[in-house]
Write a protein that binds this ligand. Structure first.
Ligand code: FES
Length: 126
């Protein structure tokens, strides 16, 4: 299913780093990984490290994020994403796979990397 990209700029804050990026629709997609304009695409396109073991194709769940604000502006999860989310530790009602979650830009987003993912990033940096 293709989705229209946002019609205006919006902000995405990634926790716990507290880094906020301004997403300008004309810059999308960044084309790194995941669906065009997805939270993973936005993170990697702005130099924010995030696990994405399967390369952003909804096959691993390592890109798990908890959307703390702005979930109403995000694309609905597909059945395939729901199946992958069932496998993540620390699942929350607003858990999403960053590679599949595409904001429509109607509000700002706050997305938190769960501790498990943060640890995975730390391990890789060693
Ligand atoms: Fe594998 Fe998102 S990177 S499911």
């Amino acid at each position: 299913m293709s989705r229209a990209l946002p019609g205006r700029s919006f902000r995405v804050t990634f926790l716990p780093a507290g880094r906020t990026v301004v997403v300008n629709p004309q810059d999308l997609p960044y084309g790194r990984c995941g669906l065009p304009g997805s939270l993973l695409d936005i993170a990697l396109g702005n130099g924010i490290d995030m696990e994405h073991a399967c390369g952003g194709v909804c096959a691993c769940s390592t890109c798990h994020v908890i959307v703390r604000e702005g979930i109403e502006s995000c694309s609905a999860p597909t059945e395939k994403e729901q199946d992958q989310l069932d496998l993540v530790p620390g699942l929350r009602p607003t858990s999403r796979l960053a590679c599949q979650c595409v904001p429509d830009g109607t509000c700002d987003i706050v997305a938190e990397l769960p501790a498990w993912n943060r640890n995975a990033v730390r391990e890789r940096e060693r």
